[in-house]
Design a protein around this ligand. Structure first.
Ligand SMILES: C[S@@+](CC[C@H](N)C(=O)[O-])C[C@H]1O[C@@H](n2cnc3c(N)ncnc32)[C@H](O)[C@@H]1O
Length: 228
């Protein structure tokens, strides 16, 4: 078990944390751009909220969710029985067919820094020709050494916590926002900077568009829309 909140708290986070804005934008893009009966993969799908919302609005889509955490997949299966959920490690999982659309939200920063570039390679390998991948995460200010990285993680964490409280979050969600700070500072999670991640996207995709949904100048929530 990783150091993650319960499925219920995790689901509630999207209501109070800035993260909800990013999820809503990605949802709109997938709903409007996925071809009829398209194959959609949510890689590192967690509790299946995003892919569940997508399937509800576009029942024609053939939806798959993959995550390592059995508790999250059990929750996802219970709430979205019309979606194919798989417990698997994204790096070793093999799909029988490629996908028109791949989404990965809040997943990249759960992978150790050295695995983030290979993970994007895996995403690219699962995408059909002409398909679209959308990868969204929170990013910290850029840093040049380990002390700067810790300070950058604390800066994002403080801003995130403040906005979560201002949004009227329940105590369990506030606690989850507090827990993000030690997770990020001590590398339980692996947030990085936009400056460091952008070359990884450019390495694996021919087209990369970056969008920002929340945050001060140099950090916050971003998603990348990528094509081959
Ligand atoms: C913060 S959650 C994001 C969940 C979901 N995408 C969302 O937006 O709500 C990160 C997820 O990555 C999963 N994960 C981490 N490493 C993984 C791996 N190697 N293969 C599959 N899932 C992994 C964790 O179990 C966790 O559910």
């Amino acid at each position: 078990m990783q150091n993650l909140p319960t499925a219920e708290t995790y689901t509630a986070e999207a209501t109070y944390m800035p993260w909800g804005i990013l999820l809503a934008e990605i949802e709109d893009i997938v709903i409007s751009k996925t071809p009829e009966h398209g194959r959609v993969l949510d890689l590192l799908c967690g509790t299946g909220n995003l892919i569940g919302a997508l399937k509800k609005k576009r029942p024609d889509m053939e939806c798959t969710g993959v995550d390592l955490e059995p508790e999250y997949i059990a929750y996802a299966r219970e709430h979205h029985p019309d979606i194919d959920f798989i417990v698997a490690d994204a790096f070793t999982w093999e799909a029988s067919e490629k996908f028109d659309v791949i989404v990965c939200t809040g997943g990249l920063h759960h992978l150790p820094h050295e695995l983030q570039e290979p993970f994007l390679g895996k995403v690219a390998s699962l995408l059909k020709e002409g398909g679209m991948a959308i990868v969204g995460d929170p990013y910290i200010p850029d840093y040049a050494n380990e002390q700067e990285r810790k300070l950058a993680a604390a800066e994002l964490g403080h801003e995130y916590l403040a906005v979560t409280i201002q949004n009227g979050a329940t105590d369990d969600v506030i606690q989850a926002a507090i827990d993000l700070i030690p997770n990020d500072v001590f590398l339980v999670e692996f947030k990085t900077s936009i400056e460091k991640v952008t070359p990884h996207f450019n390495k694996h995709f021919a087209h990369v568009d970056m969008h920002k949904t929340w945050g001060p100048d140099s950090f916050g929530d971003y998603y990348f829309v990528c094509g081959n």
